[in-house]
Ligand binder design. Structure first.
Ligand SMILES: [Zn+2]
Length: 226
């Protein structure tokens, strides 16, 4: 099987591990090249001590990324939880050069209706950067769920996360959890949905939904068969 170029585009370092850490680890174990693009430094809206906090978060991210086999990560510095203060075009302009330089075969990104505004904007920017114009790159686009954001949105038919793509991560689930251990600062105690226990239950449930030990669920945004 030929190797593929995989890109995860996430608002914050930790979204990639929560949303598709097991899937990324599986890609890496199969020889695929896996890179990450983070749009914010993850700490901008928290006040004083931001630089040290951003550095700490980046170190945690690098350790977590190594855990799931991500070889290269780009950290942009858009304002955390304030990306709605930017024109969408500006966000798109930051995504486009990374995509055109890397030419991914598969892109993982946020669900369009997450409660977190940065997540929604990253989804929009990704879909805009990947609009299927003639001759454009046409990677498969898969949207992951992020506990404490995807399920916290106002419930409606328009905002529902309805998975139609499952990745069996029975063999890499432990690496997903190991990656999340590096994000201890971002994790919460059970029964918060962003706890190791809740993430484990979700992976087990997504797995049970398709008859395997553990899975990550996605919504397919686009796949162009050739
Ligand atoms: Zn996030």
């Amino acid at each position: 099987m030929s190797t593929r170029r995989v890109l995860v585009i996430a608002a914050h370092a930790d979204d990639e591990a929560l949303g598709c850490g097991g899937t990324l680890a599986l890609h890496a174990s199969r020889g695929d090249e896996v890179r990450a693009l983070f749009m914010t430094d993850g700490v901008g809206s928290r006040g004083a001590g931001e630089d040290a906090a951003a550095r700490q978060r980046r170190e945690a991210a690098n350790a977590a990324l190594a855990c799931v086999g991500v070889r290269d990560a780009t950290f942009l510095a858009l304002p955390d939880n304030q990306m709605d203060g930017l024109p969408l075009l500006e966000i798109v302009r930051q995504v486009e050069p990374v995509i055109s330089a890397y030419r991914p075969d598969i892109v993982y990104t946020h669900h369009f209706a997450d409660l977190n505004v940065d997540h929604r904007l990253v989804h929009q920017a990704t879909m805009t950067a990947l609009r299927p114009q003639p001759g454009a790159l046409a990677p498969t686009i898969l949207c992951f769920e992020v506990p404490s954001s995807t399920e916290w949105q106002t419930p409606s038919a328009q905002t529902a996360f309805i998975p139609n793509w499952f990745q069996d991560i029975s063999g890499t689930f432990e690496r997903k959890i190991a990656a999340l251990e590096f994000y201890a600062e971002e994790m919460r105690a059970w029964p918060h949905s962003r706890s190791i226990e809740a993430v484990t239950h979700l992976a087990r449930w997504r797995g049970a939904s398709i008859g395997v030990e553990a899975a990550e669920a996605f919504m397919l945004a686009r796949h162009i068969a050739r």
